[in-house]
Design a protein around this ligand. Sequence first.
Ligand code: BG6
Length: 495
Amino acid sequence: MSEEKYVLNADFGISAGLFNKRPLKPATFVIFGATGDLTMRKLVPGLYNLFVDNQLPEDFTILGVARSKRSLEDFKSRLKTGVEKYSRSGFNSDDWEKLAGRIGFFQMDYDLDESYFELSKLIEIEDDKNKDRSFLFYLATPPASFAPILSGLGKHGLITPEHLKGLPHTRVVVEKPFGRDTATALELNSIARMYLDEEQLFRMDHYLGKETVQNLLIFRFANAIFEPIWNRRYVQKVRITAFEKIGIEGRGRFYEETGIVRDVLQNHLLQIMALCAMEAPSSFDAERIRDERAKVFNSIRPLNSADTNSVSLGRYKGYLDEKDVSPDSKTPTYASVKMFIDNWRWEGVPFILSTGKALSQKMTQVEIYFAPVPLCLFEDKDVCTKLEPNVLTIRIQPEEGITLKIGAKTPGEKLDVSPVNMHFDFNTSFKGKAQQEAYEKLLLDCLKGNQTLFARQDEVERMWKFVAPLLEGAKDGSIEIKEYDVNSDGPEVKP
Ligand code: BG6
């Protein structure tokens, strides 16, 4: 067995550093939905930081594509504001000018054949000089535009299956949610697969790019002591929480289409759950890791949406008054489920996943509750009632870190026990090491062709299947959507 296999390369998820060793080809980023929020807040600030850190190929260009008309100057000025406001490393006008020199803008109708001809000419995808160039099409549009754009790109030869050699390298990044449900995800996939190999399709879920989410696997598979207790014999329950303080921030139209189940539960939370629950992969290779995640999704017990102890949906007070929200909206802004994974490791252990908007705090974390001691050896009854089970809390954000709650002797003559914390804090331990933004990491992975941190089609289908009863229940009214106060912890009754 080669030793290389056991090297966990700095470039997460890649055995033997394969992707790191490949020089990056010249690249063209084509961003659809370029006048939208995502481009301004995440994509262009991410590209700016990669550029400043010299992580992009020397020869690269960015073309923003949008339906609405804009002058190039207007477009760049909006992006500049985005970089000033959201760049992780701050803003430097010289660097910005250099980047801005590589940015173009193209207005087009996503349904019009003519537009794709023009786009193809503009990026010179058929030009011989670009034979060795990567073209990355990023679909940062509302989900309804994914299918027409994929078909348009495919029909006009802008994207082509990689296995047909000698053609330019084309990859497509699709923002989550991939589809609206199982049927639309399948349909979208079949359109994509007419023109692309699975290796060219990057289903984006930015949570997988967060350092602390990646660290879930490092924590589990770089530390031997937790593995023997990481199972149904020692773990009593797992709680995964992603709370946000913000509401929908004026995105009524998007939110009415999406809702919390499609926006966060179906993707971010289920992916975190899979990383906590999966078996060790046979290697740290993208496909092997995706295989293990997919196995978890295959083992999820279907939700019993009629069980109010297992399912709770909510809507914050005032949601109905938000702009572009229908007065008889059936869109939840809070969701919580108790789910089970029917496999040898996890049988009988509840995983409680909760997420919502307009809650008391911004916080994403995983809590592993361990079994209590089998017997209380302390004679004092008071002490026995005070014993608390160990809880391992993995803070994804903010205050990124890991805490293990243990019982300790309270100093003093009298025997007493108090819960105390053993704590690892990312910022203290890695002082001076900036955490790469999720989008930076993932954009770079797209360029490198590394799919470890992207969902595969089978995962996506299973995740849709799991949330289907929630989507249906919200729509047909069989699951009540309970109102909750802004700044609270969601509806009172929940799993
Ligand atoms: C996005 C959702 O995927 O994640 C947003 O569409 C949500 O509604 C956001 O606010 C939260 O991301 P983060 O990285 O701030 O936790």
